[in-house]
Ligand binder design. Structure first.
Ligand code: PGA
Length: 254
């Protein structure tokens, strides 16, 4: 069976009110009812999660972070079991914006383990800050993959999704999305590292998504020529008009 593409909307710290969040969520949910081939995930801010409901297997709720601890006196933290009890299926871990606040590979590794332990899938973000001609970014990526996936078994991999997000391509101040050829080269490199750890099987088990300035104009080439499984979408996930065309690209992929 052909693996299903995945499109994840990362709302980050948006929208500003729960009314707007509910509206946007239901617009996307309604449109997603007709989809057959793609899984759509909305990673909402914590306060909105309990207000957003879905019983679809193809339109799912996600979170943008989770504690690496199971429980305890941890002011401001949100545990994996809390999220799972609110029907969260996917958790983004190690996003570069959280790593910039001090999250290490080791912390990301603990978060992956708590997410998987609670029965959710972990969307593990990796990506270099800059690219150089001497290839330093490749060893950086390698370190991130080895560090974040440390101790995970082949069985665990079934619930891991890798999101390759070069930091230089994220956000409105960036240079824009990376080109599809470079993305393909990078996905091959990531797969090579995965196969070193888990063997050939491992490389096909972990879906690789791309994130960083994905929009309607670049989604098709990134998906087909970049040979990825789907997207992690930031800005363009904040309106139906910009998000759904990206979802449709994945839905129509042959
Ligand atoms: P962007 O963000 O699509 O707005 O560049 C992507 C991300 O940070 O996940």
């Amino acid at each position: 069976m052909k693996p299903r593409p995945i499109v994840i909307g990362n709302w980050k710290m948006n929208p500003a009110s729960h009314g707007e969040a509910k509206k946007l969520f239901s617009q996307i949910k309604r449109a997603s009812n007709t989809l057959k081939k793609v899984d759509v995930v909305i990673a909402a801010p914590f306060p909105y999660i309990s207000l957003l409901h879905t019983d679809s297997k193809k339109f799912l709720l996600g979170a943008q972070n989770v504690s690496g601890e199971l429980s305890g006196a941890l002011t401001g933290e949100v545990s994996a079991s809390m999220l799972r009890s609110l029907d969260v299926s996917y958790v983004i871990v190690g996003h570069s914006e959280r790593r910039a606040m001090g999250e290490s590979d080791e912390m990301v590794n603990k978060k992956i383990k708590t997410a998987l332990g609670a029965g959710m899938k972990a969307v593990v973000c990796i990506g270099e800050k800059t690219r150089d001609t001497s290839g330093t970014y490749l060893s950086f990526l390698r370190g991130q993959i080895l560090g974040t996936l440390a101790g995970l078994s082949k069985r665990d991999l079934q619930d891991v999704v890798l999101a390759y997000e070069p930091i230089w391509a994220i956000g409105s101040a960036s240079k824009g999305a990376m080109d599809a050829n470079s993305l393909h080269e990078t996905t091959l490199y990531i797969q090579k590292i995965l196969s070193e750890i888990y063997g050939r099987e491992g490389t096909s088990m972990i879906p690789i998504l791309y994130g960083g300035s994905v929009d309607e104009s670049n989604a098709e080439s990134l998906l087909t020529e970049g040979k990825i499984r789907g997207f992690l979408v930031g800005r363009a996930s904040l309106s139906r008009e910009t998000f759904l065309p990206i979802v449709m690209v994945a839905e129509k992929m042959k």
